[in-house]
Design a protein. Structure first.
Length: 378
């Protein structure tokens, strides 16, 4: 008996995915990467009834066995697949598998696996555009893509024109190409549209709509659209008239605040009353009590709003300090905060008398005419 320990050999397949149209054929190959020194077989069996294997004589079968020998192991063997016509006008949903069973002492080479996936398209589908998605999100300053193909084989060449509707145009969003050309041969091959979003000065997300209109080859009434959202990479901020405010004791001062960019919705700005109770804030002096919120909308975001700061009289003679903290919420500003430092200038220090002050009376400085009196003030 022959006890030669034949080596395990890798089998390499040329493709792992195919896109096929009803009535069309496609091929892939198998080859071994080393001499097996004995016959080795690979059995091929499509998992879908509409997918057949075409033999060399033209007959169609449900399974096929490839045999590699010590003589032909490095000759690629071709397998031809065919998609059968059916009575409906629908693509076969999902990707169908072609299964492979390897004989003894065979393994798949890197990049190959136990199945090949086939996307089966119906060429009789009603005229329509097949998009990779109805919406696309792009980062500001970046780009994104979507793909387009025809749903079924056209009767003649088809042109698809892409535009932004005049009532929804956004100059910050551009795309290329502006038109796509499909033929009776390449109708099922996806074509890529690249969408770019330029940087702008505001802090809000943008939107745009790309409309697609087809003409020619019985596609004259076919339209579709892609909704584009641009994610802003520059969150807005708070702009203050000052971040350091001096207030006289017993008086009041004003600082202003506004948003640096248009929000996507209304923004509420909440101000926190300082720990120092001698310092009080009010965002609406026309309303009873001290208010502590401001509201900015998509319309008034760039208009300054006032914050009034009052400093109460106290019994000491030193300057006071306090910090007013502000935090925003809504409209893309939820992570934005700020603060204003308050210094209260005390008015009691002008009346202070040093403890060691020795007053001088008129009697102390009385003197005869022409004389000089000197007195030490301790």
């Amino acid at each position: 008996t022959n006890s030669t320990p034949y080596p395990t050999v890798q089998a390499e397949r040329s493709k792992n995915h195919l896109q096929m149209v009803e009535g069309d054929t496609a091929t892939f190959t198998y080859v071994l990467k080393a001499n097996p020194y004995a016959d080795r077989t690979i059995q091929i069996a499509p998992a879908h009834d509409g997918l057949k294997i075409v033999k060399g004589d033209g007959t169609k079968v449900d399974e096929l066995t490839l045999t590699f020998t010590a003589d032909n192991w490095d000759d690629a063997q071709t397998v031809t697949l065919s998609v059968e016509h059916d009575a409906d006008r629908n693509d076969i949903q999902g990707r169908q598998d072609v299964n492979f069973t390897l004989g003894d002492k065979l393994t798949h080479a890197s990049g190959s696996n136990a199945t090949l996936t086939v996307q089966m398209l119906d060429d009789d589908a009603a005229p329509a555009l097949t998009l990779s998605g109805a919406s696309l999100t792009v980062d500001e300053g970046g780009s994104g893509t979507f793909t387009v193909r025809l749903a079924g084989r056209p009767s003649a060449a088809v042109t698809v024109v892409l535009v932004q509707p005049s009532n929804a145009a956004n100059d910050d969003v551009t795309f290329t190409p502006a038109s796509l050309a499909f033929t009776t041969s390449n109708w099922h091959t996806v074509q890529t549209v690249t969408v770019r979003a330029t940087e702008d000065a505001d802090g809000r997300d943008d939107t745009a709509t790309i409309s697609l209109s087809a003409s020619g080859g019985d596609y004259g009434s076919v339209n579709d659209r892609v909704a584009v959202t641009v994610t802003d990479d520059e969150p807005g901020d708070l702009e203050f008239s000052t971040t350091r405010l001096d207030v006289d004791e017993g008086g009041s001062e004003i600082f202003t605040v506004k948003l640096t960019g248009q929000p996507s919705a209304s923004v509420t700005l909440t101000l926190v009353q300082p720990d120092n109770t001698d310092v009080m804030l009010d965002t609406d002096t026309g309303t009873t009590g001290n208010q502590n919120t401001l509201t900015f909308t998509t319309g008034n975001w760039g208009t300054v709003q006032n914050v009034t700061v009052r400093a109460a009289n106290d019994g000491d003679a030193g300057n006071d300090t306090a910090t007013i903290s502000l935090s925003a919420s809504g409209g893309g500003y939820s992570s934005i905060t700020g603060s204003v430092r308050i210094t209260v200038r005390d008015d009691d220090d002008i009346d202070r008398v040093p403890a060691n002050f020795n007053p001088i009376t008129l009697a102390d400085i009385a003197a005869t005419e022409g004389s000089v009196v000197a007195r030490s003030i301790a």
